[in-house]
Write a protein that binds this ligand. Structure first.
Ligand SMILES: Nc1ncnc2c1ncn2[C@@H]1O[C@H](COP(=O)(O)OP(=O)(O)OP(=O)(O)O)[C@@H](O)[C@H]1O
Length: 119
């Protein structure tokens, strides 16, 4: 039980460290808070919340893993290296896929509600 608490502490420290060093993660966190705020304002249904939270969680988790991949690659490869480029590009692509999915989920859920208010 004590180990669980310690592990959680290190995990929070990991999020904090990633936020401090990675610009993209900061942007994703800001978008996350804006989306949650918009969701509260527009009154999402339970199912809509599930999709929004799933999409947000997927993007943030992949961002963190992408940061780890970048760090490990920098340690493994000194200077420019074709494989280092491949690893980083593919890892970044994983984030892009999740972010695109999240944007689509956001559009499907939020656009009709926004149009209803505006029209
Ligand atoms: N060692 C390397 N060899 C070849 N290409 C690399 C290498 N490191 C990074 N790149 C290329 O640069 C891109 C950006 O990599 P990375 O995010 O590590 O750069 P960065 O300058 O640290 O950027 P940031 O500080 O925004 O994270 C990679 O997707 C890859 O295409």
């Amino acid at each position: 039980m004590k180990n669980d608490r310690v592990g959680f502490k290190y995990a929070i420290a990991g999020v904090y460290a990633a936020l401090k060093t990675e610009h993209n993660i900061k942007i994703h966190f800001i978008i996350m808070f804006m989306t949650l705020f918009a969701g509260l304002l527009l009154g999402l249904t339970r199912i809509e919340w599930l999709f929004v939270l799933l999409a947000i969680g997927l993007v943030l988790a992949l961002e963190l893993i992408n940061t780890v991949v970048e760090l490990i690659t920098d340690v493994l490869f000194e200077g420019k290296h074709e494989t280092a480029k491949l690893i980083k590009d593919i890892s970044a692509a994983a984030v892009l896929v999740a972010a695109t999915f999240a944007a689509l989920v956001g559009m499907i859920i939020f656009l009709p509600k926004l149009l209803e208010i505006l029209i």
